[in-house]
Design a protein around this ligand. Structure first.
Ligand code: HH2
Length: 270
């Protein structure tokens, strides 16, 4: 289990051990490189490091189970041994099970714990879970996302999945929810969700927002290159926090931690 820090926003650092992730793909392919990057994310202020071995960017191809496990397990084992809190970003129950056995404390499933086996793994291992909303699947999700009322539909989905998790033995204090920014959503859908995060926070679970370097920032403000999207990422992250997010999943830890400290100081001075 992973506990949120008291009285401040939690920062989750992104660590992709993949050749094709949209922002850091191919950067930390060896276990050594990935472990030192994970340690650095932690040193810079990440409360937890989210290790993924399968890209979920739009258009990404699925990765076989053994391949994914081979990418993430050695990294998780070594980071956990170094005392770095780790979550595993996976849609596969067997990868999640082995990651928890290797020392992970949390399972981040972008398919939202719809698979009963995944809920069983989480229940039995004591993991904290992040239930994310996605419309469709990564390969095709951005083709033509469609909603009536996007906020209401995402809220209803997360409520239903949280109920399944509770039913299968995952206690309430181990559940987070996430609107899944960019997962089967247009720019307008993303903006509606970020503007109305308070409606998701009203469900009573911590809300995670993953906005860092995502394409809606490029669409709104211009930068094509993901590495040029830090200012927009900080703005979107702070807007998410102002509207009820308790956790930000980000690539740029130092910069996000600084922005959150200043934002928090101003907020507390009211
Ligand atoms: N976004 C990505 C991956 N996992 N998990 C949660 N809970 N929320 C998110 O918004 C989220 C996520 C996509 O970003 P990234 O990991 O940087 O890229 P890729 O999926 O290409 O590896």
């Amino acid at each position: 289990m992973f506990h949120l820090p008291d009285g401040r926003v939690c920062v989750m650092g992104v660590l992709n051990v993949t050749p094709d992730s949209f922002s850091d793909g191919g950067l930390h392919l060896s276990a050594d490189e990935a472990v030192s990057r994970g340690q650095r994310l932690h040193d810079e202020g990440a409360d937890i490091v989210d290790v993924g071995g399968e890209s979920t960017r739009p258009g990404a191809d699925p990765v076989a189970e053994e391949e994914e496990a081979g990418r993430v397990l050695p990294v998780i084992e070594r980071l956990a041994a170094l005392g770095v809190p780790v979550s595993v970003d996976t849609m596969k129950p067997e990868v999640a099970r082995r990651a928890m056995a290797a020392g992970a404390r949390m399972i981040n499933d972008v398919s939202g714990f719809g698979d009963e086996k995944m809920r069983r793994v989480a229940a039995q291992s004591g993991a904290t879970v992040c239930i994310m909303h996605m419309q469709g699947e990564p390969r095709s999700m951005q083709a033509s996302p469609m909603y009536g009322d996007v906020v209401e539909e995402v809220r209803a989905f997360l409520t239903e999945r949280a109920a399944l998790c509770l039913h299968d033995g995952i206690q309430k204090e181990r559940i987070w929810v996430d609107p899944g920014i960019g997962f089967g959503k247009t720019v307008e859908h993303n903006l509606s969700l970020l503007a109305n995060l308070d409606r998701l926070a009203g469900m009573g679970y911590p809300v995670l927002a993953g906005v860092s370097r995502k394409s809606f920032i490029g669409r709104i403000a211009g930068p094509e290159d993901t590495g040029d999207r830090l200012p927009g990422s900080l703005a979107a992250g702070l807007a998410a926090v102002a509207n009820g997010a308790s956790v930000l999943r980000v690539h740029d830890i130092k910069e996000t931690a600084q922005a959150l400290k200043v934002w928090g100081a101003v907020t507390r001075a009211r």
